[in-house]
Design a protein around this ligand. Structure first.
Ligand code: NAD
Ligand code: LMR
Length: 331
């Protein structure tokens, strides 16, 4: 596609909290850079279309040079027509005391319908990133309902967890965030996720060795990152939004434009069986990307502690898969 042709980007749940941050970042060039026009396709449920009108007025009032067009609606077939990137954010957020598993059924119907609509209407090069929770399993449902789109085009968001872990490590080690690299989130975007410090580097040195505090790693770092979403809900009375929008932008940007050289990022992608994760489960891995394709980083050493944590998170993903299978949401 010529560089002057606008990229068509669908955002679902566009009138929601994350949408309110995400749309303005996209329109200002945060995913495709300062030279690439973008066209926004905004999907909402019918009762939220009025609120979405207000958001669109605000987009107009920013007079973004790069924003070539904005279309809104409640019909996925129309909104997804010809889209190159679909950011599936719209879902019911977890409220206080609610477990993510409770959301499986409520969100299953949304993601099967949207998977089908993408299959039938999106552009051939479409990439689909699922932020709406439970993100990994929603991605699995969407993918199963889109048999004509290659499986690897469906990713789920664990970049927020990646960024959260990076910030915690930098604070503990007293270094800049930019000194922390090669961090990996493994598994599910849930409280079982495993942020792996044994392969992380701080200014090129092994992070677990530099920090050298197993008590902190196990009893502070891990639960802080794993339960950060719940802590934000508790404090804000609503789930994370600006940081989730930022992570969605960063995931999409790195997927399509390439990871920084010499480092990797965490993306939940359909497993090819790497690291003992059953094929097909959408699980978080360390990946590098180039030309819009990702590669799972091969050959990392997984110690006994990490193995047990990864296995626990992957077991949760397998349970979620079995639950949605039993509900008839995937074949
Ligand atoms: P929100 O309730 O503010 O907004 C969700 C929007 O989705 C609403 O406007 C709603 O009308 C819309 N929606 C619901 N069903 C829809 C459908 N079928 N089609 C289109 N739109 C639909 O929620 P939010 O705070 O923006 O969060 C959105 C999702 O992102 C939630 O599931 C939340 O748990 C999840 N989340 C994920 C991460 C992550 O790291 N993966 C981080 C934060 C939040
Ligand atoms: C988050 O990680 O902030 C979100 O997924 C919200 C949640 O339910 O934890």
């Amino acid at each position: 596609m010529p560089a002057s042709t606008p990229v068509k980007i669908a955002v679902t749940g566009a009138a929601g909290q994350i949408g309110y941050s995400l749309l303005f970042r996209i329109a200002s060039g945060a995913i495709f850079g300062p030279d690439r026009p973008v066209e926004l396709r905004l999907l909402e449920i019918t009762p939220a279309l009025k609120a979405l009108e207000g958001v669109v007025m605000e987009l107009e009032d920013c007079a973004f040079d790069l924003l070539s067009d904005v279309q809104t609606g409640d019909d996925p077939a129309k909104i997804f027509d010809g889209v190159n990137l679909a950011l599936l954010v719209g879902a019911r957020p977890r409220s206080k005391g609610m477990e993510r598993g409770d959301l499986l059924e409520a969100n299953g119907a949304i993601f099967s319908a949207q998977g089908k609509a993408l299959n039938d209407h999106a552009a051939d090069d479409v990439r689909v990133l699922i932020t709406g929770n439970p993100a990994n399993t929603n991605a699995l449902i969407a993918r199963h309902n889109a048999p004509d789109i290659p499986a690897e085009r469906f990713n789920a968001l664990t970049r927020l967890d990646h960024n959260r872990a990076k910030a915690q490590v930098a604070a503990k080690a007293g270094v800049a965030v930019s000194d922390v690299s090669h961090l990996t989130i493994w598994g599910n975007h849930s409280a079982t996720q495993y942020p792996d410090l044994y392969n992380t580097l701080i200014a090129g040195q092994n992070a677990a060795k530099v920090i050298n505090d197993q008590e902190w790693l196990e009893n502070d770092f891990l639960p802080t990152v794993q339960k950060r979403g719940a802590a934000i809900i508790e404090a804000r009375g609503a789930s994370s939004a600006a940081s989730a929008a930022n992570a969605t932008v960063e995931h999409a940007r790195d997927w399509l434009l390439g990871t920084p050289s010499g480092d990797w990022v965490s993306q939940a992608v359909p497993s090819d069986g790497s690291y003992g994760v059953p094929e097909g489960l959408i699980s978080s891995f360390p990946v590098t990307t180039s030309g819009g394709e990702y590669t799972i980083v091969p050959g990392l050493e997984i110690n006994e502690f990490s193995r047990a944590k990864i296995d626990a998170s992957v077991a949760e993903l397998a349970e979620e898969r079995d639950a949605v299978k039993a509900l008839g949401l995937i074949g």
